[in-house]
Design a protein around this ligand. Structure first.
Ligand code: GLU
Length: 313
């Protein structure tokens, strides 16, 4: 049926759905809390929202503050994991597990119980080990150059940079991450000095991207013939599996239930979500829910997945 016919079912049209979603998100005035343990992030106005979608045919659709740069934080863990697996392959799994943690992103207790082998590469302890693997025996500067280049290549733009003020802010107040890194070192699970690995970790977390750039950078995880391929299809499947099971910390089950696609969140309020074979989606809204994941971002993804029938289940 043609959409103009009375009573016809409209085909999902992203250029109508995304602006509507943007309006709906702004209508409701509950925005969540910005991350305040990193002072530079505590200053961000929570009343912002953006969504961008790149389809398998390469077309880009967006709405809201989609060209405003924000702190990508833990979403970069997807890129560093891809790089670490490229460098040392399955050896990484001798140092990090692949199971959901059921704990907060910066939990210390589980690490001690499990003798310094983090549950997965997306909780902070696991991401610190992954960063240590990316660092290898190089200087942080070289490893960071590789990470930034990977993200720029993935996004198809050189206009992506690290915000040194955010990295410095996190270094000054990153007591928990220092505790995790030193505990990892005490269990012989860091090959570099904790300060070196953490310096690299804080800087890659401090990458700034716009929502459009993040959706573009996620294209390599869609595995579609028309989109850039940076890693093998087998690795794409595995990265997506980890995003689905571990990408939202102790909120991963709830995200899978409500949204039904792989996703990785960051405390800057960004989420990268992948519909395998179909689309790369980025959302951003700085206010967080009780799990530390973007409140509006999660709501918007749940609504979009429902409207587009994009749940993988
Ligand atoms: N840099 C942040 C931290 O280590 C990342 C956490 C996140 O984005 O979830 O605390």
């Amino acid at each position: 049926m043609r959409p103009s016919q009375a009573g016809a079912t409209e085909l999902p049209n992203l250029d109508a759905i995304l602006p509507r979603l943007n309006d709906q998100m702004r209508d409701d005035d509950i925005w969540g809390e910005v991350a305040d343990y990193i002072p530079e992030l505590a200053r961000i106005d929570p009343r912002q929202f953006a969504i961008a979608v790149v389809l398998a045919d390469g077309t880009l659709h967006s709405a809201g503050d989609a060209d405003t740069p924000f702190s990508v934080q833990s979403v970069t863990k997807v890129f560093t994991l891809a790089i670490a697996l490229g460098r040392i392959g399955d050896q990484l799994w001798t140092r990090v597990g692949r199971e959901p943690s059921g704990r907060a992103f910066n939990s210390i207790v589980q690490l001690e119980q499990e003798q310094g082998r983090p549950r997965n590469p997306f909780i902070n302890a696991g991401a610190i080990v992954t960063t240590d693997a990316v660092l290898g025996n190089r200087q942080p500067r070289e490893a960071l150059a590789e990470i930034v280049q990977f993200v720029r290549t993935a996004a198809g733009t050189d206009d992506i940079h690290i915000n040194n003020k955010v990295a410095a802010s996190e270094t000054t107040f990153g007591h928990r991450n220092f505790a995790l890194a030193h505990f990892l070192a005490s269990c012989d699970n860091l090959t570099n000095r904790p300060e070196m690995t953490l310096g690299t970790y804080f800087h890659h977390c401090a990458l700034e991207m716009t929502t459009v750039q993040l959706a573009m950078a996620g294209r390599f995880l869609v595995d579609a013939p028309g989109l850039p391929r940076l890693v093998t299809p087998r690795r794409i499947r595995r990265l997506n599996a980890l995003m689905l099971t571990c990408g939202h910390y102790d909120g991963s089950g709830d995200f899978a239930y409500r949204v039904g696609i792989p996703g990785k969140s960051g405390v800057g309020g960004g989420i990268l979500a992948i519909v395998p074979g179909v689309a790369s989606i980025a959302v951003w809204s700085p206010g967080l829910n009780r799990y530390g994941n973007s409140l509006k971002g999660t709501e918007a993804l749940a609504s979009l997945a429902r409207q587009m029938s994009w749940s993988i289940f």
